[in-house]
Design a protein around this ligand. Structure first.
Ligand code: FES
Length: 104
């Protein structure tokens, strides 16, 4: 599985996310303290786009009903059984790459 180039780091807004559509998946990219993280863009509550949410420290806050997810591991501080998918990210200079598994 090769890493796929998906965006430049400065395309990702501070305090929010960037939606990238790669291999049929909607993936949200977020910046935090010089690093980039990737999660599923789809909120498991009612399907809002998490890339349009806001960042509060390590938390992504969904724009519709404010469910939260940790940007690093996808866990929910509200519900330990709830988790969104995360993806491996690689940076080379300004270029952001994603490693996508064959199946989600
Ligand atoms: S759709 Fe995300 S919290 Fe409701």
């Amino acid at each position: 599985m090769p890493f796929i180039p998906v965006a430049k780091i400065d395309e990702i807004p501070q305090g929010s996310g960037l939606l990238v559509e790669t291999n049929g998946r909607d993936i949200a990219l977020f910046r935090l303290e010089g690093a980039v993280y990737a999660t599923s863009d789809v909120c498991p509550h009612q399907g809002a786009s998490l890339s349009t949410g806001t960042m509060n420290g390590e938390k992504i806050v969904c724009p519709w009903h404010q469910w939260c997810f940790n940007v690093k591991d996808g866990s929910s501080p509200l519900n330990p059984r709830l988790k969104i998918k995360t993806y491996e990210v690689k940076l080379e200079g300004n270029q952001v790459f994603l490693l996508l598994p064959d199946q989600d």
